[in-house]
Design a protein around this ligand. Structure first.
Ligand SMILES: Cc1cc2nc3c(=O)[nH]c(=O)nc-3n(C[C@H](O)[C@H](O)[C@H](O)COP(=O)(O)O)c2cc1C
Ligand code: SF4
Length: 450
């Protein structure tokens, strides 16, 4: 049984009935009641409520939101900032767009509560450049919120908490979704991720303490305040509580955004929420944006929460829960080539393993797709993926881990399909030796020095 909608309670499943809830519509349906409650609750207590709810970030990493807020220094020595991550550039991910399109004040209410809890003066919503419509919706909603006394120097609904809110439009780079790349871009610089420490909670935007949260994460906050942490934990699993938006795309009959509990199975997501497979039997599913890797043919029973996808599913994690479902006719070599082409294009170039490794992987995959694959290519791809990422400790940000995990899971779970495109013969007959700077190419026809 699907849960009673929480984040999407103002968004009917039938697209024909959907409309944007502006300020008055939002108020008429109970909106901003939690913000009024937050004004009368001590900031520490707000952080405790969110920590007790077990809310984990919906932007990909699944870090505890309450804990993140608690890292912001309690003693205020200057400005604090909130950066709202509405970059949503992870392939297969389109759930934040849904919330922005129809219920922008739900986000603004979450923002205002987060600002009170962490003593933030200014919130910046960083929205991806391609989200033209959503940027317009947000501009109008922010304007309304200022007029109605949510934001501005008169204090949130006349209280002592003064919060400003600005929209910042990105220029269309995937790397600006990474939190410190986002901060650099916000400061008007090239979106290059920063080395950590210092972490943003200590030195973030403009070198001041900064909270960074995803749109869906902040949309959960008013509901937690309204109905309490215990209610939030009635949904989901003990380690991954709450509702979640699942973005279903690919070979399913009813692609779209569906809200349900964390911890539903992949089988349920495909067959109950998304109307079943289209065009053939299930083969694979990219489980949380392409950076998380792929779930294989026999993994329909994996639970879609932050732990099961990782420990049982063998992926990096649940990520954004942007699911790309693939049927039996999908060419996995082509699918992986697409993913790696994306990473090699989007790598910001600061770290050698990511910049060179992803380009090298793309070349190898191009060769395999063109029918010139060699057995050694698979070994090389698997060796390269092991060398890149925050996890092996060779790169600044997680884009490289995304490249590694998609490559690793695609090849390991669909090894035979890759191996069939990489026969042994060419590597047996051609060998390269470099002697005193000259390359000696040994072919079946003899040796040729050049
Ligand atoms: C390459 C890369 C791209 C990312 N893109 C996004 C994004 O578009 N939106 C997002 O919310 N988080 C994205 N993240 C995760 C953010 O760095 C950060 O963890 C998140 O915004 C924190 O918010 P949360 O705790 O509410 O999830 C990305 C991370 C990486 C490594
Ligand atoms: S891992 Fe890649 S994208 Fe991230 S900072 Fe390094 S080069 Fe840039």
């Amino acid at each position: 049984m699907p849960i009673e909608p929480v984040l999407t309670k103002r968004i009917p499943l039938d697209p024909a009935q959907r409309k944007t809830y502006w300020y008055d519509d939002y108020i008429a349906t109970g909106g901003y009641a939690s913000l009024r409650k937050a004004i009368d609750t001590p900031p520490d207590e707000l952080i405790k409520i969110v920590t007790d709810s077990g809310l984990r970030g919906r932007g990909g990493a699944g870090f505890s939101t309450g804990q993140k807020w608690s890292f912001i220094p309690k003693e205020k020595k200057g400005a604090h900032y909130l950066a709202v991550n509405a970059d949503e550039s992870e392939p297969g991910t389109f759930k934040d767009r849904y919330l922005l399109d129809y219920d922008p004040h739900q986000l603004l209410e979450g923002i205002a509560i987060a600002c009170i809890a962490t003593q933030v003066d200014v919130a910046y919503i960083f929205i991806r450049g391609e989200y033209h419509r959503q940027a317009k919706v947000l501009e109008r909603a922010i304007h309304e919120a200022y007029e109605k006394g949510v934001f501005g120097q008169n204090g949130v609904y006349g209280s002592k908490y003064k919060v400003e809110c600005h929209l910042h439009r990105g220029a269309g780079a995937y790397i600006c979704g990474e939190e410190t790349g986002l901060l650099e871009a916000l400061e008007g610089k090239r979106g290059w991720p920063r080395n950590k420490p210092p972490f943003p909670a200590i030195a973030g935007a403009f070198a001041r303490p900064t909270v960074i949260n995803n749109v869906e994460t902040l949309c959960c906050v008013p509901h937690i305040l309204e109905r309490g942490p215990a209610w939030f934990k009635t949904m989901g699993t003990p380690s991954s509580p709450g509702p979640k938006l699942f973005g279903m795309s690919g070979h399913v009959n009813k692609p779209g955004v569906y809200e349900d509990s964390l911890g539903i199975t992949l089988d349920y997501a495909i067959n109950t929420l998304a109307g079943g497979m289209k065009g053939g039997k299930f083969k694979a599913c990219i489980c949380g944006g392409i950076s998380m890797g792929v779930l294989g043919t026999n993994q329909l029973d994996v639970k879609l929460d932050f732990d099961d996808v990782r420990f049982k599913g063998g992926c990096l994690g649940l990520g954004t829960a942007g699911m790309i479902v693939m049927n039996e006719h999908t060419d996995m070599v082509l699918a992986l080539r697409n993913c790696v082409r994306f990473y090699s294009h989007e790598s910001c170039g600061q770290c050698t393993p990511c910049r060179e490794g992803s380009a090298w992987m793309r070349k190898i995959l191009d060769r395999i797709v063109d029918g010139r694959g060699r057995a050694k290519d698979l070994e090389m791809l698997l060796e390269l993926e092991k060398t890149m990422g925050i996890m092996p400790g060779t790169t600044i940000c997680g884009l490289a881990d995304g490249t590694a995990w998609s490559t690793r899971t695609f090849i390991n779970k669909f090894y035979d399909e890759f191996a069939a495109r990489c026969p042994d013969e060419p590597t047996k007959s051609v060998s390269l030796k470099v002697t005193r700077g000259r390359m000696n190419v040994v072919t079946p026809m003899g040796s040729n020095t050049r």
